[in-house]
Design a protein around this ligand. Structure first.
Ligand code: ZN
Length: 131
């Protein structure tokens, strides 16, 4: 199975989520990143389709986690919130994109860990934004 933007777009549709690929919301030099507002997903340009897939599932993970457990974007801490979205991403990958072999895919695990490390540098552990 060849994973394409269409594959990811179909998953977004199945979950009732809007997804924008190669989004203009990012600068030209911003690569391999995604974001969500809890309803829509925006992805920058990616230099690797598998990384794009797991980044997409991570953003979808944020949305599904929020839908399941709370309706607004409140969280105990940014780090645990991000960790939860990564766990959902790998579960979804295992279910929907089996050829990625996500749990055993070193490249994807390293990307996720790289993101987790960057959150730790970027954010304080306690998310006081929503207080
Ligand atoms: Zn995230």
């Amino acid at each position: 199975m060849q994973i394409t933007k269409k594959t990811l777009s179909d998953i977004a549709i199945a979950y009732g989520v809007e997804a924008e690929f190669d989004s203009q919301m990012f600068r030209e030099d911003e690569l391999n990143i995604g974001t969500t507002d809890g309803e829509q997903i925006w992805l920058s340009k990616f230099d690797d389709m598998e990384i794009m897939a797991i980044a997409f599932l991570h953003e979808l993970g944020h949305i599904l986690f929020q839908r399941r457990f709370f309706r607004r974007s409140r969280s105990f801490s940014k780090i645990t919130d991000e960790g939860a979205a990564w766990e959902v991403a790998f579960m979804l990958a295992d279910e929907l994109l089996r050829p990625l072999n996500a749990y055993n895919n070193k490249k994807l695990r390293e990307y996720a860990m790289h993101c987790m490390r960057s959150y730790m540098i970027e954010y304080n552990e306690l998310d006081d934004k929503h207080e």
